[in-house]
Design a protein around this ligand. Sequence first.
Ligand code: ARG
Length: 291
Amino acid sequence: SISGPGEPITLDIATPLAPTRMPTTRRYLMCPPTYFTVEYAINPWMDPTQPTSTSLAVEQWTALKETYERLGHQVDVIEPVVGLPDMVFSANSGTVIDGRVLGSRFRASQRSAEADHFRRWFLGAGYKSVVMPTAVNEAEGDFTWTGSLLLAGTGFRTDPHAHSEAQEVLGVPVVSLQLVDPRFYHLDVALFMLDDQSPSPLVAYYPEAFSPGSQAVLKRLFPDAVIANDDDAVCLGLNAVSDGKHVVMPVEATHLAEQVARRGFEPVFVDISELRKSGGGPKCCTMELRG
Ligand code: ARG
């Protein structure tokens, strides 16, 4: 309804008041799934007895890369390595903030060799400050930069000591969060940033993936967050990538897509069914190079 001067303004609840979202150009590092397969099980999604198709994984990955490029982002590519089927999940191999790199140290022996390939990529790409962690640290799998805080997951992969190490190396305040559901073994399958540019960052998360204390922390930090439901979580819908406007997300995450659209974002769907057999989605395949 229209109010006269001095009268309280009554908002029609049905009127969408979503702000206009502005994308910012990103730079991502990706690794093609040339040698993708599921031959060991290090999370509950992985079943080596189920067939996988490397060519379908490559097709889906290529569509994801082209989606980023179409949105105007720069995608750098690292050479895949034979015998490292999970190397496609580049997000697990580095946390880059303001041009400083903190590399990774994997919990599973099957993935440990990936860390050094990425370390050498960073050096080759001209990064001056590249530090390898001493504690188990699965990088952007468990670290999410809000623009001012580094949210840090633990419980399944990244060691809590890696959190303080990240704070020292990257010089950013770290907030530790406890993951409790083995299906959501990394922070990036339980939470993602919708907007990491504005002074009040906007996140989306699935509360049940976190301990009660960590849920309370998230509520306190982000009272305005988009809350995902079970359906969103089990298709790895939280493993999404936002540029501040476009949200690249698994096509099955329809409820989450509706929630983010209500907040003024534009969902961009991708099919990641093959990569999900390894417990990964769009974000797992995407390391953000900041600065
Ligand atoms: N199979 C991989 C693993 O279990 C999947 C990693 C997914 N990456 C991620 N950022 N959540 O390590």
